[in-house]
Write a protein of this length. Sequence first.
Length: 147
Amino acid sequence: MIYLVDTNILLRIARPVDPRYRVTEKAVRELETREHQLQTTLQNFSEFWNVSTRPTDQNGFGNTLLETNRLLSRLEEFFSLLPDSPEVYPIWRRLVVDYDVSGVQVHDARLAASMIVHNVKHILTFNGTDFERYKSEGIVAVDPATV
């Protein structure tokens, strides 16, 4: 089974000092042991770069571009990338209209659309409530603590 790995998981697995690092690492290892495929999207990697390079006083990691590049390279080795596809746009467009999505939630709608296009049912995330609206689309949010 394929699990989409959300940005909040990528951020924690790349930062051992994070309080949620251990539960994240344990969940990722357990899913890998069960032979699930852990994949992510270009959007997630872009969001990772954003947070990693953003100053700490603006809720970022404050990493240099060089350090962020190194961290992202390690993530790319471990998490394969779901292909971007033009088929995602009409699904995303339908989701934002059907589910009254606005503001920052449009990013989660894009992840949901990508999941639908690629027939991915599970997303590993700490923000499960952000994906509850897509249950009827077959999307299941999995909190790392429950793995």
